[in-house]
Write a protein that binds this ligand. Structure first.
Ligand code: FA5
Length: 359
């Protein structure tokens, strides 16, 4: 039933009637006076809010009401209360609707227009390939390690058996970090290999780890050379580790990357921290008899690697008489270029959203 002042007045009269006939007391007189004051209100004044107040009066003074009348007075008061509450709720709902309507009108809201397009992000190809490689290696029980990008001269060069007169230390290739005189010299790491020695100091052999990360070289930039690029180091230290293990791991790595068996060849390569050292070439996955990617040779120079030099094991606190190991340094940025046929390395860290959103 909808609220009307006449209905409220009717219910108030029904509440008061048995009270008037009941034996009098000061509390009962006060309650009757209060009920009469509500009944005396104009229709406008006797709105749902005052009807709710009127219903609360007998409900809050039940003890003043003589026993025989309580049931009837209580039930009628509750009816009045419910009626007033329903009206107040309906009023609140109408007000909310009206506010929404006003807001819609004010803001040109059109529920029939298509929703605003949300730009979808995409993984950077370097991140995508790094994650794939991490999945591949962790599935074979390797650990993923990290190392500092600002590295000490000791870890970046000395501990890796790179002599002080090695050309890689010269300003040409290395970004030196300004340090106070006498403090250990710092560099932006030129490769991920310093993490080899950090890993040896931290982990007890045997262990297998990869280290994907950013490296920095003071080089002139062109389509295949960046000053900031990504590498992924790999390191295995164990008993009786040989070149055979190295070749097996490299083949698994390439199979994981290209999705099929890839023919490889090893050429001698010189790196002070491995002995023997190799340059591993992969048969070009894009052609049979020469293309621009392999520079018409059908081989792609892919990853330098070798057996860990005894001096490096010693620098990492590992006895080279007991333990041997192999390491590799994958040029991750170049691999990503191969994988997605990207013709210029400068796209990778160029920060152009149009480039990244293609992957
Ligand atoms: C090294 O950095 C050695 N630390 C790799 C290594 C690790 C050898 C473990 C043996 C054992 P190199 O300077 O050749 O090696 O760099 C490794 C790879 O990084 C290269 O094969 C190449 O793919 C990539 N690379 C080197 N310079 C750049 C550059 N400026 N821009 C992009 N990629 C580069």
């Amino acid at each position: 039933m909808t609220y009307a002042p006449a209905r409220a007045r009717e219910l108030l009269a029904r509440i008061a009637e048995p009270l008037r006939a009941a034996p009098r007391s000061p509390e009962l007189d006060a309650l009757l006076a209060r009920l009469e004051s509500f009944a005396a209100l104009s229709d406008e004044q006797l709105n749902a809010a005052s009807a709710l107040e009127a219903a609360a009066a007998p409900l809050g003074a039940m003890r003043a009401i003589p026993g025989p009348s309580r049931g009837l007075v209580g039930a009628t008061s509750n009816e009045l209360k419910k009626l007033a509450e329903a009206e107040l709720a309906a009023q609140a709902e109408r007000a909310a609707q009206a506010a929404l309507e006003a807001e819609r009108k004010a803001s040109d809201f059109d529920a029939t227009l298509p929703a605003a397009r949300v730009e979808r992000g995409a993984l950077h190809p370097i991140v995508a390939v790094t994650r794939e490689l991490e999945d591949l290696f962790t599935s074979m029980g390797w650990t993923v390690l990290d190392g500092p990008e600002v590295e000490t001269e000791e870890f970046n060069f000395d501990a890796l058996n790179i002599q002080p007169d090695h050309p890689a230390r010269e300003t040409m290739d290395t970004f030196w970090v300004a340090t106070p005189p006498g403090a250990p010299r710092l560099v932006m790491r030129t490769h991920t290999s310093p993490v080899q020695v950090r890993a040896m100091k931290r982990l007890k052999p045997p262990f297998r780890a990869i280290v994907p990360g950013k490296v920095f070289r003071n080089e002139s930039v062109d389509a295949s050379h960046e000053h900031t690029f990504h590498q992924m180091e790999g390191l295995v230290v164990g008993k009786g580790i040989s070149v055979g293990h190295l070749i097996g791991a490299m083949k698994t790595l390439l199979r994981g990357i290209f999705g099929r068996e890839i023919e490889i060849r090893l050429r001698p390569g010189y790196f002070p921290f491995v002995e023997p050292g190799f340059e591993l070439d992969a048969r070009c996955p894009f052609c049979k008899d020469g293309c621009s990617v392999c520079k018409r040779s059908t081989w792609i120079e892919l990853l330098p690697c070798g057996m860990v030099h005894p001096n490096v094991l010693r620098a990492g606190g590992i006895d080279p008489e007991q333990w041997t190991g192999f390491a590799f340094g994958l040029g991750l940025s170049r691999l990503v270029m191969l994988r997605y046929s990207i013709d210029d390395i400068r796209h990778l860290l160029g920060g152009d959203v149009r480039f990244v959103s293609q992957f």
